[in-house]
Design a protein around this ligand. Structure first.
Ligand SMILES: [Zn+2]
Length: 101
């Protein structure tokens, strides 16, 4: 029997600042579970300058820390996910809000 994927459901989130509610970016998440990190490949609808940096980054040092564009609260820091070596943003708990869209 074919092995069934745990979850292939995609959930879209709107990520906003936890302090001032500024819209930061949207995120395409695979499967359920807490939003501890955002894979760079799932991030969209961020300001152009941020999107360019994310899309061109090959290593985590090329990704800037993400601060709120308005109030400068720290939202996320770059990381590499151990299990697959993919670039991601590690979300600062309490620094952001998420909302299903
Ligand atoms: Zn803010």
């Amino acid at each position: 029997m074919a092995k069934k994927k745990k979850s292939d459901k995609t959930i879209l989130y709107k990520i906003t600042c936890g302090q001032c509610s500024e819209h930061l970016y949207n995120y395409r998440k695979n499967g359920k579970g807490a939003l501890l990190r955002c894979y760079v490949s799932g991030i969209y609808d961020a300001p152009k300058a941020i999107m360019e940096k994310l899309n061109e980054a090959n290593t985590k040092s090329e990704i800037p820390n993400i601060h709120c564009y308005k109030c400068n609260t720290l939202i996320a820091v770059p990381t590499v996910v151990k299990k697959n070596g993919k670039l991601a943003l590690r979300m600062i708990q309490g620094g952001f809000h998420r909302e299903k869209i």
